[in-house]
Design a protein around this ligand. Structure first.
Ligand code: PRP
Length: 213
């Protein structure tokens, strides 16, 4: 948990720390980078999905019938912020394959750093779902805040945001503009540079996932 914000959870697992060091390395290639993003998301998802509701179902073991808990995953909406959030989807759907998946397309203007929306499609009845927004990078926090605004306007009211690397500036912006959501962060980095990139960071996650740098 973060000292200032009770709804911010910062991961401290050594497996996550090790994999983030591999992400940081500029010599880590696209294939390994993509795989690491997926693995880290799965480990983070283990924490972020800790309060998933369960319902008892009947199962026949080799010995007898019993009632046993199962996840009611149909009420989950996984929403990556394009493009880089796409890299996290498989890590979560591996855990909850029955979840619905939406998309929010935002790109950050390279000069103003203001996010612009270009495509949005989210699962229906969003007000009845637990929404999990995915984006590996939280830099100024503009994209994440805009994505949460969008989901709320559509009726979403139970929202979690999962990222891998956050800058203190972006984390404060998101936590203060949306104090009602839970924010999961694998690594809180030092600061933003003048181009609004996270330092020391992992570079441009979208470009490194898709090999477009
Ligand atoms: C990057 C990143 C986040 C956003 C973070 O996306 O993937 O979505 O910027 O920055 P912010 O917190 O300052 O808004 P970008 O706009 O470069 O698009 P991409 O994912 O398509 O590369």
């Amino acid at each position: 948990m973060h000292m200032e914000y009770p709804n911010v959870f910062i991961m401290d697992h050594p497996l996550i720390k090790h994999k983030i060091s591999r992400l940081r390395d500029k010599n880590t290639g696209t294939n390994e980078f993509r795989q690491l993003i997926e693995e880290i998301t799965m480990l983070e998802g283990y924490e972020a999905l800790r309060d998933l509701p369960l319902k008892d179902i009947e199962v026949e073991t080799p010995l007898e019938k019993c009632m046993t808990p199962a996840i009611d995953g149909k009420k989950l909406a996984i929403i990556p912020i394009l493009r880089a959030g796409l890299g996290m989807v498989n890590g979560i759907t591996a855990l909850v394959p029955m979840a619905k998946v939406g998309h929010i397309g935002l790109y950050r203007d390279s000069v103003t750093h203001i996010p612009h929306e270009y495509y949005c499609k989210i699962p229906d009845n969003i007000d009845e779902r637990e929404v999990i927004l995915l984006d590996p990078m939280l830099a100024t926090g503009g994209s994440a805040s805009a994505a949460v605004d969008y989901v709320k306007i559509q009726g979403g009211n139970h929202i979690k945001f999962m990222c891998i690397i956050a800058a203190p500036e972006g984390l404060s912006k998101l936590a203060e503009s949306h104090p009602d959501i839970e924010i999961y962060v694998c690594q809180l980095d030092r600061e933003l540079n003048e181009d609004a990139y996270v330092l020391p960071g992992i570079g441009d996650a979208g470009d490194r996932i898709f090999g477009t740098a």
